[in-house]
Design a protein around this ligand. Sequence first.
Ligand code: ZN
Length: 329
Amino acid sequence: MTQPSPHGLHHVTAIASDPQRTVDFYQGVLGLRLVKQTVNFDAPDTYHLYFGDEGGSPGTILTFFPAPGAPQGRHGAGQATTTGLAVPSGALGWWDERLRGLGVDVLAREQRDDEDVLALADPDGLRVELVASERGDAPPPWPDGPVPGEAAIRGLAHVTLTEHRLEPTAEHLTDRLGFTLVGERGDRVRFATGSGQAGQRVDVVVSPGAPKGLVAAGTVHHVAWRAPERATQERWRAALAEAGVDATPVVDRQYFTSIYFREPGGALFEIATDPPGFTTDETVATLGSGLRLPPWLEPHRERIAASLPELRLAGDAGADAVAAEEVSR
Ligand code: ZN
């Protein structure tokens, strides 16, 4: 059977501990758009917040399960430990200044082969990298966001997996998922799919002595790869089963359908379809403006809404900070 391969990252999902702080950071500071307020379909008393570009295009999406009071996770092996976001070449100086000015934990700025990278931690300690790397397929930036278009984040660039051993994960990526090994530098090995541009890459960092990762606040829950439509996803599931990889049945996630499985190191992978997308239950203009529930949870809306803290949509964090300063004078 021909092995389908993904045409890139679809989304990355992480755990957070405070819904409002998550909106303030990802929309207000990083300038992603909150494109969907919904709940964790498997635990509807918890939000599931999706951030992305203006229209919520696959490949631009970072999602969070913000569970108030969630314990802190541990970065480690068998986990996606860093999420890379693409920004235009030459924008990192602007970002460095903006982030430091807003008190964000900037960890490092480094040159990695031909990539300039600015590493930071979100308020829960999740590691994010801004990568100066053009994405040929990047949709135009969100015009109403707090970040000027010439610096705006243009979607996912890559994820980094930390692993005790390279071989099992490398074999899974190449033989099961159709990735190609495209580069090696020290303990970092890069794999790519499609044309290998930003959004189509995964790095594996080998760290034999790393503690085992613990998924909780400040860590990635899973990484989703793109399938163009449901038929490809079904073919992919069959091919994985034939190769001995135990994937879940297809699950309806309202905005895409999903299958889940673990790579040999332990990180949870998902294959998600591009359709129907985030405009299936609201227009581009209103994306993210109110709580959306799938049909099977709609009858419980009142109870669900009552269990969730109210969210204030973030404006420009910089402007907010200025306003706060003026107020305090
Ligand atoms: Zn997912």
